[in-house]
Ligand binder design. Structure first.
Ligand SMILES: C[S@@+](CC[C@H](N)C(=O)[O-])C[C@H]1O[C@@H](n2cnc3c(N)ncnc32)[C@H](O)[C@@H]1O
Length: 419
């Protein structure tokens, strides 16, 4: 049943080609360019497209100029409480707070990320340390939603179906254990798109079966594109929503917005921010890399370099084929930024500033992730970049927060009606 629901989220390559009236060759090129990315279907491992991605592209072709009437905003009818696990520097937590949810506790291992949380929200209850050392029984039936971006690890399978105890030793186990202890109406896991195909889809299926065992039905998994949620960045997050089995209320993902924001919206005064990005420290490229990137125009990448420099810069990758459109990339003002990584000068994932040959500064990074300008980050420059690069974009989290509030309003209304 769950498997079918998940399966229905995909289209095969030939279905997609037919729908969009394009050849499979064009689709392959689009895949390389990142315009429409195929993924591995978790069970069969076939290359497929997410139905929602194809539908969005379809709407673009038809040039459906739908006025931006979409709003996911909804006011909470009660004070809803969140327990946020693997909280990092608070991307998800700040977004939830902006939506109107209240963080009652946040767990995080990294001391710099904890310092960031405390610096900005001295009243937040930050539980610093390894999640394994905490038990959450004191929050039993006191919290409305448990959230967490657990790092993804493979399971070792003893039997056919993964149970909670078989998952022991992984961080997903800790997430599921917390959910079991707290018993909230809804829980939300977030992860990278790669979880879909991790260990041939077995990791995700294992997570779904663990949640099933502890009493939660999993809503068909979706990968949300941040660009559809007021984030000027092509980042994607996989969302895993569990609904407690005694609750028969549908959960709906936040509706995607039509308007897509770009780098200029992130760094200049406009609809997203009412002033230009504040100045701050930032990393630098080594001289040799800077000399190469000086030759790349805005929106260009390694293919825009003279052929001898391409070969030298790319090394063995030059001969490996594939688009590698993220290498030696200079972002343009009129496009969303490519996904930010945890380290801005990292090899093979350069995202150079449009006008200057340098990585984005810390405050520019924070804006591309839609953090407010007054959200400060603790630790060294490298620690700050890491925290920002790890975060769920705040605006995406806010929209997700509205979808949780919508669900909880409905849940409590139904409960009140019955009583
Ligand atoms: C992807 S990040 C989460 C980002 C966060 N959701 C945000 O939006 O900013 C995962 C976090 O899990 C934390 N983590 C890893 N292992 C942990 C453990 N054993 N206990 C608690 N936190 C852990 C990492 O330090 C990291 O900050």
């Amino acid at each position: 049943m769950l498997y079918n629901l998940v399966m229905n989220e995909y289209l095969t390559i030939s279905e997609t080609a037919k729908l969009l009236k394009k050849s499979t060759k064009t689709l392959r090129r689009w895949d390389e360019e990142g315009k429409l990315t195929a993924i591995r279907e978790p069970i069969s491992n076939y290359r497929v497209y997410l139905k929602s991605d194809v539908e969005n592209l379809f709407a673009e072709f038809l040039q459906i100029d739908v006025p931006e009437t979409i709003s996911n905003f909804v006011k909470p009818n009660h004070e809803y409480k969140v327990l946020e696990l693997f909280a990092g520097a608070g991307g998800l937590a700040v977004g939830m707070e902006k939506a109107g949810l209240k963080c009652v506790a946040l767990n995080e291992l990294d001391k710099f990320a904890c310092a960031t949380l405390r610096k900005n929200r001295p009243h937040w209850n930050v539980l610093e340390g390894d999640i394994k050392k905490f038990n959450f029984n004191e929050y039993a039936n006191q919290v409305d939603v448990v959230t967490g971006g657990f790092p993804c690890q493979a399971f070792s399978y003893a039997g056919k179906r993964l149970g909670l105890e078989d998952a022991r030793g992984t961080l997903f186990y800790e997430f599921a254990r917390a959910v079991k202890e707290v018993n909230p109406p809804i829980c939300i896991g977030e992860n990278v798109r790669g979880l879909l195909s991790h260990d041939g889809g077995k990791t995700l299926q294992g997570m779904i079966s663990v949640l099933d065992e502890i009493g939660y039905n999993v809503v068909p998994v979706q990968v949300l594109k941040a660009i559809h949620y007021k984030v000027p960045q092509k980042r994607e997050r996989l969302i895993l929503v569990g609904i407690r089995k005694d609750i028969d209320i549908p959960y709906e993902y936040p509706k995607p917005h039509h308007k897509i924001f770009n780098l200029s919206d992130a760094l200049k005064k406009g609809e997203l921010y009412d002033c230009k990005v504040p100045q701050s420290g930032g990393a630098k490229y080594p001289e040799t890399k800077k000399a190469v990137l000086d030759l790349v125009p805005p929106k260009g990448y390694w293919r825009d370099l003279p052929i001898d420099i391409q070969k030298e810069f790319m090394g063995a990758s030059f001969y490996l084929g594939g688009g590698k459109t993220g290498m030696a990339r200079r972002i343009g003002w009129d496009e969303p930024c490519l996904t930010l990584t945890c380290s801005p000068a990292q090899k093979q994932t350069e995202r150079c500033h449009p006008d200057e040959t340098r990585p984005f500064t810390v405050r520019e990074y924070a804006r591309i992730q839609t953090f407010p300008d007054d959200w400060e980050f603790a630790g060294s420059l490298a620690q700050q970049y890491k925290q920002i690069g790890n975060a769920v974009p705040v605006n995406l989290a806010k929209e997700l927060g509205y979808s949780i509030i919508q669900f909880l309003n409905h849940y409590y209304k139904t409960k009140e009606d019955v009583n």
